[in-house]
Design a protein around this ligand. Sequence first.
Ligand code: ATP
Ligand code: MG
Length: 287
Amino acid sequence: MNQKKDIRDQAYLSGDEVHTLNFVKDSDRYIFRKFYRSGLRSHIFEVLLAEDVLKETKGVITDGIRLFPRARPQKMFRILRNRFESISAVFGEIEKYNLMLTFLGSALIAESEEFIVDYTGTGTSQIVLCGLQEYINGEILDPWRLFGKDYLNDLFKSPHNTEFRHQTLVRKARKNIAKFVKRTRNMITDTGYIPDLAGIGNLIITREGDLKLVDINNIVEIKLDDSIHIDDKGYPSCDISVEVLSILERDILQKELPMDDPLYQIFLSPERKKKVKALEKEFYNHL
Ligand SMILES: Nc1ncnc2c1ncn2[C@@H]1O[C@H](COP(=O)(O)OP(=O)(O)OP(=O)(O)O)[C@@H](O)[C@H]1O
Ligand SMILES: [Mg+2]
């Protein structure tokens, strides 16, 4: 198979039609490959070195055994599915990323170089937002599947880690999650926005104990009242994001939640959570 053609064959930006990405230059060095995990809002590609893909497909002989090492992305290439009416609208979108970077800092998010392209694949000119983002290798932090009593302790258990290294990593990850919670709370207080923490795969923990938010184009407005906001996809992402924040605090950091805090008081009330669960169910029924 011609690997170079991969991005053309798979990157269709409208409906099921296949169009060439006029803004991606042909290169012998890099191969763009559709990433095996994907979200609702972006097309995601791995940017791989052609030589690594060759090793992956043809194999390399080590100690007389042919191995097929998986090519590791040099970068992630995202194409936002949103279509923008104007340049100012697209700049507004980039602002969301800048806001997140300002509040969370580069250590807690997968940094991205955002850029705007003129996509002509469908015959007309369309403004499309793309990003070249650092690739984060690690475990998805799935707040709905935290098995075991002490998530971090279990996560870093490995026959390759000494007890000292194990404890160091647990402490480091804990510190990073605490920092993430604190900075997210500051962002909520100062701006009235929360990063979208609802999507599975939005948060990744690396083997070195770093926590990274990879879904960097999404922030959700928080309203401290009884209304439950549904996003453009029909999902109660604001409520779920607040719930995820509370799970990080309560279940992972094992801290008591400050229930006199209006944020949790409003969003985590049992009646409201019941309504949110019903809305979530409706969303999944319509997928
Ligand atoms: N920089 C990255 N490094 C590693 N994995 C990534 C990176 N960016 C995205 N991913 C993975 O790709 C998948 C989709 O990413 P993401 O959630 O950002 O897409 P999206 O379409 O914007 O999401 P959503 O459906 O939540 O709106 C997730 O599983 C995520 O973990
Ligand atoms: Mg996501």
